[in-house]
Design a protein around this ligand. Structure first.
Ligand SMILES: Nc1ncnc2c1ncn2[C@@H]1O[C@H](COP(=O)(O)OP(=O)(O)OP(=O)(O)O)[C@@H](O)[C@H]1O
Ligand SMILES: O=P(O)(O)OC[C@H]1O[C@H](OP(=O)(O)OP(=O)(O)O)[C@H](O)[C@@H]1O
Ligand SMILES: O=C(O)c1cccnc1
Ligand SMILES: [Mg+2]
Length: 495
């Protein structure tokens, strides 16, 4: 069993997609009789990626798929039974494994729909249910949501830079392995690219697939013109010629020559691709050559280690590029290869079932201290639908009539909410008692949402350099409660 088949990616038996400590804690909870104590966890990140001002939530569809299929197969249990303690005894006793065998997922999950714009410290997802189960799923939820949210956010930034130009994702060859590539293609599409070169992603997720040809195609023929002619023969209406194998502008001239023959035969060349050199200069020169030759409709595709800042710079330089092909920088999130999303316990049912104990994780840094409660995120919006401020509040406590939002890092910064301000509640029911409440949005719908939500943000929050911090605060009574809890846990008797 040294090479499990890759074809099983996202297939039913991913129940062991977890860190060992989730299972050892599960056994411990079970041994202590705590397995069914009701618990609430929140999944959130503490800082938006890429030093940006926002993130695009992604991955929920795969989380739902994982949770719907969460059950331990005989193979899973056989494997767990084979694990040994330091002294060689079984790590997990047979009666615990028997418990896992019959266990059925029955948590409630509320989450931001995919494509929702999210900010630091806001729960993207909330899990409520038996402690053992809610804990057990931590790692799978984080690995799915951290990566897809990261890549969807990168794609949204690239979309921002590219404006209405076409963006193609070319990353599979440089992705973090086959699953990295597959997840990245999905998240990149959700975040705003138009198509992918990844055919498996096209098949699995219905993403449009697109592409040109490689240098090796040109090198396989005696000269460039022959290579272009041959490609046009194979794809008379779908040809984009890569022109930089030998000399880029010579390549453009060869492309024009072949394009003339194509036109004489009733076909049009789709585009040319530039993959090296000064893309601003070469694209301008190529555009002029193509226009002069009567081919203003032939598109110019550019690729070569592109990302949002380069696209912005090339546009400022007057580059004449219609389509951006982006690989490595997008699918590996090159400049920030991980999102630090975390999953924290925020409430536990009292042992006598008389109410909740709200829990907090302290940190030296106030920014890393968690927020207790059963949280909801309320987004206040202007009449035009522009987000103004987000408020986290505890749904387990009554809300006061007059709402005030407090900045958790500086309690002197507060704003009163005018009662007539429109708002949306961002966490929506996804699972109840382990059952999917309703079908999730399609990938295309989530992509539309992402586009709409990012564009609704003020440009000061979207900009790449030193973006403005979007206001996210705690409802005042929650803030006061959290402050009290921090004092108590630190052993300080506060008023
Ligand atoms: N006008 C430009 N302004 C800023 N950066 C550019 C410009 N044109 C290209 N670049 C970027 O500069 C980097 C280096 O380009 P260059 O063509 O030298 O790279 P290369 O990968 O070595 O090319 P080759 O395939 O010929 O080896 C790439 O990331 C490319 O996208
Ligand atoms: O640069 P990326 O954003 O990752 O885009 C994908 C790259 O993959 C292809 O070639 P490859 O890099 O394999 O070879 P090349 O650089 O010699 O063209 C393509 O020509 C791009 O350069
Ligand atoms: O179709 C292309 O042009 C392509 C595909 C993958 C990587 N680079 C380019
Ligand atoms: Mg390259």
């Amino acid at each position: 069993m040294n090479s499990a088949p890759l074809s099983g990616l996202y297939a039913p038996s991913l129940s062991l997609l977890t860190d060992l400590y989730q299972l050892t804690m599960a056994y411990g909870y079970w041994q202590q009789g705590l397995q069914d104590r009701e618990a609430v966890f929140h999944l959130y990140f503490r800082r938006a990626p890429f030093q940006g001002g926002y993130a695009v939530a992604a991955g929920l569809a795969h989380v739902a798929d994982f949770l719907e299929n969460l059950r331990f197969s005989d193979d899973d249990l056989t494997y767990l039974a084979s694990l040994r303690s330091a002294k060689g005894a079984p790590l997990f006793p047979a009666d615990f494994l028997a418990y896992l065998k019959t266990m059925e997922f029955r948590c409630d999950v509320d989450a931001m729909p995919e494509g929702t714009v999210a900010f630091a410290n806001e729960p993207l997802l909330r899990v409520r249910g038996p402690l053992l189960q809610a804990q057990l799923i931590e790692t799978a939820l984080l690995t799915i949501i951290n990566f897809q949210t990261l890549i969807a956010t990168k794609a949204a930034r690239i979309r921002e830079a590219a404006g209405t130009d076409t963006v193609l994702e070319f990353g599979l060859r440089r992705a973090q392995g086959p699953d990295g590539g597959l997840s990245a293609s999905r998240a990149a599409y959700l975040g705003g690219v138009d198509a992918t070169s990844n055919v498996l992603a096209g098949q699995r997720f219905g993403i449009p697939v697109k592409g040109t040809h490689a240098h090796s195609w040109v090198m396989a023929f005696e000269d460039e013109e022959t290579a272009f002619t041959a490609y046009a023969q194979a794809f008379p209406d779908d040809s984009v010629f890569l022109v930089d194998t030998y000399d880029t502008l010579e390549g453009v001239r060869h492309a024009i020559k072949v394009a003339r023959t194509m036109r004489a035969n009733g076909h049009e060349l789709g585009g040319i691709r530039l993959d090296s050199g000064d893309l601003a200069y070469l694209s301008r020169e190529a555009r002029e050559l193509l226009n002069e030759a009567g081919f203003p409709g032939v598109r110019i595709v550019a690729s070569n280690d592109l990302e949002e800042n380069l696209i912005t710079s090339l546009k400022l330089q007057g580059a004449k590029i219609d389509t951006w092909g982006i690989g490595t920088q997008l699918v590996t999130a090159y400049n920030q290869p991980a999102l630090g999303g975390v999953y924290k316990l925020a409430a536990l049912r009292k042992p006598d079932d008389s109410g909740w104990d709200f829990t907090i994780k302290l940190s030296e840094q106030l920014a890393k201290t968690s927020t207790p409660g059963i949280l909801q995120v309320r987004r206040y919006e202007s009449e035009k639908g522009q987000p103004r401020a987000d408020m986290l509040y505890n749904t387990a406590e009554p809300l006061p009539a007059q709402l005030t939002i407090v900045d958790p890092l500086d309690a002197t910064r507060r704003r009163a909410v005018r009662p007539e301000t429109a708002f949306r509640e961002l966490l929506e029911p996804v699972f109840r008692q382990g059952q999917l409440v309703q079908p999730l949005p399609t990938l295309a719908e989530s992509r539309t949402r992402a586009h709409r939500e990012v564009l609704a943000l003020d440009p000061s929050i979207r900009r790449f350099l030193n973006p403005h911090t979007y206001p996210v605060g705690l409802e005042e009574t929650l803030h006061d409660y959290r402050t009290r809890l921090i004092r108590e846990k630190r052993g300080v008797q506060g008023g």
